[in-house]
Design a protein. Structure first.
Length: 268
């Protein structure tokens, strides 16, 4: 029971699971966590949470903006509840015209342009010995050569192909601070330095997951073209494209989850 899969996604995704056992909040050294739902699927327990939910509440509503998300409570709580593999869902803007709206992207690299977040569990403060964190006062430089789980990435791509979905492999995600959207000048720069898609929520989630040795893969939904590539970018449009593609996402997850084995073959 301690090798669970966790999904971080929008509230719509939660509906693919039927047998909800409970919803809980975990007390962590970084505050009370976002709500986490536990589901039972084919004898496996699966965790679900929404990064935008209010910590301490039982509601999965989208209320917290990206720059205010407490990712340390989110990732620590999932690990504490036995998650060993995380599938993160997010929506992104495309930096390249050949990426199709409504298609999916699997991430291979990221570039971090955020400014004010908590990037590590190990910031020199001793929080007592925790079985998940160990000693948080140690200096830890986590390797980021392979930030995403190669084994889960492969399974996501294979499953998307079975469903004949458009999916971009090996995308590079650039994470901005937000909540404002980017300027066309920034987008030109981001494209020049190798980014394919832009979003606001990947960092520091992926870093914190890797610090705890958890597998982390992302399924990004391309909801819009970035600033300067279409007339305007509106949040309404992003939400609209996201919800139109949620059914596709649910089908993908339903097929994907049973394929993810508890025994890792990856190097995470
Ligand atoms: Zn892995």
């Amino acid at each position: 029971m301690d090798k669970k899969i966790a999904i971080i996604g929008g509230s719509g995704v939660r509906k693919i699971f039927e047998k909800e056992i409970s919803i809980t909040n975990v007390s962590t050294p970084f505050g009370i966590s976002q709500p986490i739902a536990i589901f039972r699927e084919n004898e496996k327990e699966i965790l679900f949470t929404n990064r935008h939910s209010l910590p301490g509440s039982k509601s999965f509503e989208h209320v917290i903006p990206p720059h205010k998300i407490n990712s340390r409570t989110l990732i620590f709580a999932l690990a504490k509840m036995g998650a060993r593999r995380i599938i993160a869902i997010n929506s992104v803007g495309a930096l390249k015209k050949d990426l199709k709206l409504g298609s999916f992207a699997v991430l291979e690299q990221f570039i971090d342009m955020t400014k004010t977040r908590h990037y590590t569990f190990y910031d020199g403060t001793f929080l007592g010995h925790d079985e998940i964190l160990g000693d948080t006062s140690i200096v830890k430089h986590i390797d980021m050569t392979e930030p995403f789980c190669a084994e889960m990435n492969e399974l996501i791509l294979e499953t998307a192909k079975e469903l004949k979905y458009d999916i971009v492999s090996k995308a590079c995600y650039i994470c901005t601070e937000g909540p404002r959207l980017e300027t066309p000048a920034e987008i030109n720069f981001y494209r020049m330095i190798g980014a394919d898609v832009v979003g606001m929520t990947l960092i520091p989630e992926v870093i914190l997951a890797r610090e705890l040795g958890l597998c982390y893969s992302s399924i990004s939904i391309i909801t819009n073209y970035a600033a300067g590539m279409q007339e305007r970018v509106s949040f309404e449009e992003v939400k609209e494209v996201y919800s139109r593609n949620e059914e596709k996402l649910k089908r993908l997850l339903t097929l994907l989850i049973p394929k993810i084995s508890e025994d890792k073959k990856c190097r995470c």
